[in-house]
Design a binder for this molecule. Structure first.
Ligand code: FAD
Length: 410
């Protein structure tokens, strides 16, 4: 009998590819190996509904535990894969056991970037990647507690919004001159800054953290490079993530800020696929390759890898998209703002409902940021992929329904 597929990493992508393989008719053994002690679960609610106490652990699971038994998927949790022996088509587990494979799928995700400052290991200085991390944060949140969040990216801002719902006193410390500086337009940064300030969050921009101070073995302040100390009882550090591609690199697979894969998710070894946050993947719409950290990317690559392993027709790449929820704001982004020559704002940011169209020099839609504007987002998912020309005046005209923006006037 074939040794089947071994999947390293039982996260969103790993769980999805196991299911997709069975859906595609794969009949040989599937072994899904994960370091965390739980079955594959969704991370997005960890900073949103789950952190606010609006979801239970069972709601996070991608599929109930019974699914893996019913589908004969050998789920092994709480065990790390220590190395890959490509010549012997075997993975070695941290406890010395070996597991043979015919096909290997690497879905090891990403790991948090470490802030290298004195006091980073002080109790009360937390981070958020896993359910265990989220449990620590939730246990610490209570009305009036002073929470310092280092990093004004999506995760930091989502934690800020959730913590405010507990009545925590929150300060967000961001090194750049605006929030979401690496991932959003200045228009969006300004909107979220106002939104968080309106909800009582203090924001320190252009502020560099130089260390954490402690009292009685517990964090008591964040020290800034300008000499100030911001008192806190808890700190959450969220300054971005890096590809977890060490195993692949050790095994000699091509890696460049992530495991390099093609559109079928094949690595430089034809019997090894890689999917999810750990990959450096092609984006045909932009003629570029990138690392994407999103659920839609993990699910798409899971479908692509499963189809390829099963010899099914290739699954085409969609345009990248992403979402974030903060307070009553749903942000949806489609596309990448590459080669942007002009931007058009549609709607009124002060009313909490607007979009930013990113157009190239020919007027082709490259990306759209949509705040509480699902109609525009849905339309733009097609337009970005189709390289739709957008008339700036019509885009800005909110009397037109989203679909009417591209109608040619008679
Ligand atoms: P992961 O889900 O991280 O899974 C990788 C798994 O591999 C982990 O469980 C890890 O322990 C395991 N692993 C790693 N190395 C080994 C090894 N050697 N042996 C065994 N197991 C190993 N995306 C969105 O699109 N929208 C959102 O709103 C959003 N919110 C988020 C909020 C939070 C708090 C976080 C942390 C992420 C969020 N994301 C969001 C990102 C999204 O969750 C990730 O893009 C997605 O989880 C990627 O899936 P993955 O399977 O590639 O990685």
């Amino acid at each position: 009998m074939s040794a089947g597929v071994v999947i390293i990493g039982a996260g969103h992508a790993g769980g999805a590819v196991a299911a997709a393989l069975r859906q595609s008719g794969y009949a040989d053994p599937i072994t899904l190996i994960g370091e965390e002690p739980v079955a594959p679960y969704q991370r997005p609610p960890l900073s949103k509904a789950w952190l606010k106490g609006e979801a239970q652990q069972a709601d996070l699971l991608l599929r109930p535990d019974s699914f893996y038994t019913e589908k004969s998927i050998g789920l092994r949790t709480g065990i790390r894969v220590a190395s890959i022996d490509r010549a012997g088509r075997t993975v070695w587990l941290a406890d010395g056991e070996s597991v043979p494979y015919e096909h290997l799928v690497i879905a090891t995700g990403s790991r948090l970037r470490k802030l290298d400052v004195p006091g980073i290991d002080t109790p009360g200085v937390l981070e958020l990647r896993t359910l265990a991390d989220a449990e620590r944060i939730r246990a610490a949140l209570r009305p009036g507690i002073r929470l310092a969040i280092v990093g004004g990216g999506y995760i930091g801002l989502e934690v800020a919004a959730s913590a405010r719902s507990f009545g925590a006193e929150v300060v967000v410390i961001e090194r750049e001159s605006r929030l979401l500086a690496r991932v959003a337009s200045p228009e969006l940064s300004a909107f979220f800054e106002r939104c968080h300030r309106d909800h009582g969050v203090a924001i320190e921009l252009g502020a560099s953290v130089s260390g954490f101070e402690s009292r009685d073995g517990q964090v008591c302040a964040v020290r800034l490079a300008d000499g100030r100390s911001l008192p806190c009882e808890v700190a959450v550090v969220g300054i971005g993530a890096q590809a977890q591609d060490g195993l692949a690199a050790q095994a000699g697979l091509s890696c460049r800020d992530g495991i390099v894969v093609d559109e079928l998710c094949r690595t430089s070894d034809p019997s090894i696929h890689a999917i999810g946050d750990c990959t450096q993947r092609p984006l045909p719409r932009y003629g570029a390759s990138m690392r994407l950290e999103s659920v839609p990317n993990a699910l798409e690559q899971a479908r692509q890898a499963a189809a390829d392993v099963c010899g099914k027709p290739a699954v085409k790449s969609d345009v990248p998209w992403f979402w974030s929820d903060q307070y009553d704001v749903r942000l949806q982004i489609v596309g990448l703002p590459r080669d942007v020559a002009s931007k058009v704002v549609r709607g009124d940011p002060s009313a909490g409902k607007f979009c930013v169209f990113h157009l190239d020099a020919d007027g082709v839609l490259q990306a759209l940021e949509a705040v509480n504007s699902p109609g525009e987002f849905a339309a733009a998912r097609q337009w970005v992929g189709a390289r739709q020309l957008i008339d700036s005046t019509r885009a800005a005209d909110t009397r037109l329904m989203p679909k009417q923006i591209i109608e040619v006037p008679a």
